[in-house]
Design a protein. Sequence first.
Length: 201
Amino acid sequence: MRYDYKYRINNKDKGDLAMELKELTSAEQVVMKCIWDYGKDMPLQQLIENLKQDYGKDYKRTTIRTFVLHLEEKGYVTTYQIGKYSYIGVRSWAINVDIGRFCSIANDVNIGLAKHTLAYLSTSPIFTERKNGTGHSWVNRNFNEPVRRTIIGNDVWIGANVIILRGTEIGDNCVIAAGSVVNGCIPPKTLYVQKRKKEMR
């Protein structure tokens, strides 16, 4: 298997989250609670084992993946896939990303985080997304573009404090310098250095 799937609960107040669980099917609720109780990024195999041990649910692997996909579509869970022999440092955050093999990702790296649209009255997601970080919404459908996955190839070294924007594609054997902001398509075997601008223009 090329990837190990991992899941995490989106940042929400636990009281609000408990209320919103009413929207989910009973099976989705069980999967959600299992990930929630784990308390950190949860590999798919661990989810399978905990569902069986703690909840008596002997779901097939493909069935669990379907439940998690529904949870992701509803905004409760984020996923990332990480290849063998790759690692992610502390305080780093990966959302909707496929990470290849032999990748070294340093501390305080943010990958695939949400973008805010500039096309509407406000940049706040309360006006464009049914599920968002505010815990509230003033719309009954999503207005943003479909979420694009971020792709990181094999044998990529990403330095500390890097921001990789959603939808970015990084080729094999790249080195991303510490503190860079990465967007777009980065060809294989690239040494990428793009420092953040301190002034807004």
